[in-house]
Design a protein around this ligand. Structure first.
Ligand SMILES: Cc1cc2nc3c(=O)[nH]c(=O)nc-3n(C[C@H](O)[C@H](O)[C@H](O)COP(=O)(O)OP(=O)(O)OC[C@H]3O[C@@H](n4cnc5c(N)ncnc54)[C@H](O)[C@@H]3O)c2cc1C
Length: 511
């Protein structure tokens, strides 16, 4: 039973300092937990988990709260990561290869933004990232957050090792079976405090279960990342049409069939698409983005896209209400607005340091929602054309898009319940400015139809609680039951249950 125990009372002092409720970034989830606090050390983290286990309370940690879904939420003890944001020492004597120069150890609450700055200073970089940097590194990993390019998996694939506080406050260090740590000489204690015992587990199944586990297998304290050397990108954005990219010789046809994307010169390392859900002048426009990697410094450009685009995008974040009025009342304008957005982004060449190119910039601050569905890359053409048809039907029903639709590509992932698990993946992202008429109906129509017709997998952070119960989860995630067995092993008392495990019908102690 959930009750106001001594433990809760003890921590309410802290809770009142930070406000007694927690709300996610998009305000779709709000909770007034019994305890809301921000541990500032591993010792404090262990103490919270131990107490919660003893009191029969649930405990979870949020990242930056950028998931629209309920994945971060519990009503009992909700931890915030804002004091677990440091870069940590990596004890190289523990490694099989003490000279592995690209390994970096950080606390789990560091944001991707802060991490990028640190890595840049060290001459290093993330291998890939999504279009935004406000998430924490582990919050992003936990939901399968991804960038684009079929040579790169989700963020979680850059994690080489992690330390996690599990039931009753035990600390585990989890790695793949061929992990970075020398198991024979592992001292069995924590780097920062030799008084804290740490159990090393090198096991592929557990490792692939926990990296994407929607916060449900323990509270991660630290991660070791396998990074790249610092690199620059040249971005080229070209406006073309759907008919051109899907036919032989076109971008998408080449990608699916493993044909080089460019006829000559270096191939792009990263690439993505955006489309207009509506035909304009009888054609459906596609913006193809290609990004070329360089370990040699490139001259940095100041302006991205057509002149004034960054400024105009910034204006949209301020003038959302008039835009909503226009889209709601003058729906015929929507296709032209979206077309204009695509045109304004086209650019022959924009160069910058990698993480400033991956980050799509000021549009991240628009009050908008996104919803993502993932498909086998070989289904790309059928799935995208089905989405075109759904968009046109919704338009007939009086519900229109307010932004281009984005398409990204991710390498097959080992993480058991990542939406990219087991297959090279194409992901469609639908974006709507918050408050436009019918926005939820639009998301639901796409999500429900594409899940039923293609067994498309929802993004754990960017969905609106599409999966209800375990059956559909098992249908779309082939490794669901393997993941469940690992989850049950690390969560035997339901300590890490939460709203999401209740929704999925897998809570150990359901409410
Ligand atoms: C503006 C914006 C841009 C985005 N861009 C992209 C994109 O380009 N690509 C993409 O794939 N997604 C994108 N997303 C989605 C976003 O990356 C995910 O929802 C991500 O999970 C959010 O990370 P967070 O740090 O905010 O974590 P939260 O949303 O707060 O939490 C996510 C999960 O992590 C768990 N968690 C956090 N910390 C810990 C811990 N220490 N131990 C255990 N579990 C923990 C939580 O319990 C929860 O289950 C975007 C979202 C927004 C709002």
């Amino acid at each position: 039973m959930r009750s106001l125990t001594m433990y809760a009372l003890l921590f309410f002092a802290t809770a009142s300092l930070s406000g007694c409720y927690w709300e996610n970034f998009s305000k779709t989830e709000r909770v007034e937990p019994l305890v809301l606090t921000a541990p500032d050390s591993i010792e404090s983290l262990i103490e919270h988990v131990r107490e919660a286990t003893q009191q029969g309370l649930r405990i979870r940690m949020t990242g930056s709260g950028h998931s629209h879904s309920d994945v971060a939420v519990t009503e009992d003890v909700l931890l915030r990561p804002i004091q677990l944001i440091d870069v940590l020492a990596l004890d190289r004597e523990r490694l099989l290869d003490p000279n592995a120069s690209h390994l970096v150890r950080v606390e789990s609450g560091i944001t991707i933004r802060a991490l990028n700055t640190y890595l840049d200073d060290q001459g290093l970089a993330l291998k890939n990232m999504g279009g935004y940097d406000g998430q924490t590194i582990i919050g992003a990993a936990m939901t399968g957050t991804h960038g684009s390019g079929l040579d790169y998996g989700p963020i979680a694939s850059q994690i080489a090792s992690l330390q996690v506080v599990v039931d009753a406050g035990q600390v585990l260090q989890i790695e793949p079976s061929q992990g970075i740590t020398n198991a024979a000489t592992f001292p069995g204690t924590l780097e920062e405090n030799p008084g804290i015992p740490v159990t090393l587990i090198q096991n592929d199944t557990l490792f692939n279960a926990i990296k994407v586990s929607i916060g449900s297998m323990g509270i991660v304290y630290s991660v070791v990342l396998e990074t790249d050397s610092r690199f620059w990108l040249e971005e080229k954005r070209t406006l073309t049409t759907w008919d051109k990219i899907k036919t032989p010789g076109g971008f998408l046809h080449r990608l699916i069939n493993g044909v080089p994307l460019d006829d000559e010169g270096p191939q792009p390392d990263y690439y993505e698409l955006q489309y207009n859900p509506y035909k304009v002048g009888g054609e459906r426009s596609i913006l193809v983005t290609k990004r070329y990697k360089s370990y040699e410094p490139l001259d940095i450009d100041t302006e991205r896209g057509q002149p004034g685009t960054t400024f105009l995008s910034g204006l949209i974040t301020v003038f959302e209400k008039p835009l909503i009025w226009i889209v709601d009342n003058l729906q015929f304008i929507a296709p032209i607005l979206v077309e204009q957005s695509l045109k304004s982004q086209s650019d022959d060449s924009y160069k910058n340091i990698s993480y400033k190119i991956f980050n799509i910039g000021v549009v991240n601050y628009t009050d908008a929602y996104a919803m993502e569905m993932a498909f086998d890359v070989n289904e790309s053409i059928a799935a995208i054309e089905r989405a075109f048809a759904l968009g046109e039907q919704l338009q007939v029903d009086g519900i229109v898009h307010s932004a281009p639709v984005s398409i990204r590509f991710v390498k097959a992932a080992d993480e058991l319940i990542a939406m990219q698990q087991g297959r090279d993946t194409m992901i469609i992202e639908f974006i709507m400015i918050n408050g436009i008429k019918g926005d939820r109906q639009l998301f639901n129509t796409y999500a429900q139809t594409l899940m039923e017709e293609f067994y498309a997998r929802p993004h754990w952070g960017l969905d609106f609680k599409l999966l209800q119960g375990s059956d559909w989860a098992a249908t779309v995630f082939p490794q669901w039951h393997t993941w469940l067995s690992q989850y049950e092993q690390l969560n035997p008392n339901g300590t890490f249950d939460g709203r999401v495990t209740d929704r999925l019908g897998i809570s150990i102690n359901p409410r």
